[in-house]
Design a protein around this ligand. Structure first.
Ligand code: AMP
Length: 216
């Protein structure tokens, strides 16, 4: 099963991806997680994208497409993958299609902008695993500490309010058109199946909506 998660930053893609990958037994490919690991390790790519990410903007499509192609090679033996945070532009979706990487299912998680601002400003992440917490909605056992490893959690630069607003603007401008792009593809080809669910409400409720998609 090859799945794409679409939705604004803070829609819960990362949180639900961890669950869905476990449920479908497929690897999780998050471009955001991989880019943050590059930044943390201070690689050439990391140095190139650090400021751009901190400002809530997108690095060049070519850089991201190369990163994803490399990541997908690592999933060759698996029964598919879940792409979280990719594609984010029509050019990225076209690159996938041109590489004949067929997608079975595109799932859009819909969340209102005001809900996102509240969610993201309280979000804390464990960088090496991608585990996600929220200071009030899903707090770790000990404040600012990852439950599993005891390592420090991070408040991402791009989760500060002014940057969140910029990221939402970029989402509506560059990524939202992908919804129509995939809906059109779904209506002309047999795949991908396109599903839209609300990403609002408790994590567990959203999880049940996701499971229902695959129970059909
Ligand atoms: P995320 O963790 O998915 O919210 O991604 C964090 C940041 O990484 C984004 O705001 C972008 O700066 C960058 N990023 C991640 N995935 C992509 C992508 N597919 N295209 C462009 N930029 C991306």
């Amino acid at each position: 099963m090859r799945v794409i998660f679409l939705g604004p930053p803070g829609a819960g893609k990362g949180t639900q991806a961890h669950f869905l990958c476990n449920f479908l037994q497929i690897p999780h490919v998050s471009t955001g997680d991989r880019l943050r690991q590059e930044v943390q390790a201070e690689t050439e790519l990391g140095k190139q994208v650090k400021e751009i990410m901190a400002a809530g903007l997108f690095p060049a499509d070519e850089l991201i497409i190369a990163l994803v192609k490399k990541a997908l090679l690592e999933t060759k033996e698996a029964k598919g993958f879940l792409l979280d945070g990719f594609p984010r532009t029509v050019a990225q979706a076209e690159a996938l299609k041109d590489a004949s990487i067929d997608i079975d299912h595109v799932i859009e998680l819909e969340v209102a902008d005001e809900v996102i601002i509240q969610r993201l400003s309280g979000r804390r992440v464990h960088l090496s695993s991608g585990r996600i917490y929220h200071v009030t909605l899903n707090p770790p056992k000990v404040a600012d500490i990852d439950d599993m490893t005891g390592e420090a959690l991070v408040h991402r630069e791009d989760d500060k309010e002014a940057v969140i607003r910029k990221r939402l603007e970029v989402y509506h401008d560059k990524t939202k058109p992908l919804v129509h792009w995939y809906q059109r593809l779904a209506s002309t080809n047999k795949i991908p199946v396109f599903s839209k669910i609300s990403g609002e409400g408790a994590v567990e409720i959203v999880r049940q909506r996701l499971v229902q998609i695959f129970a059909k």
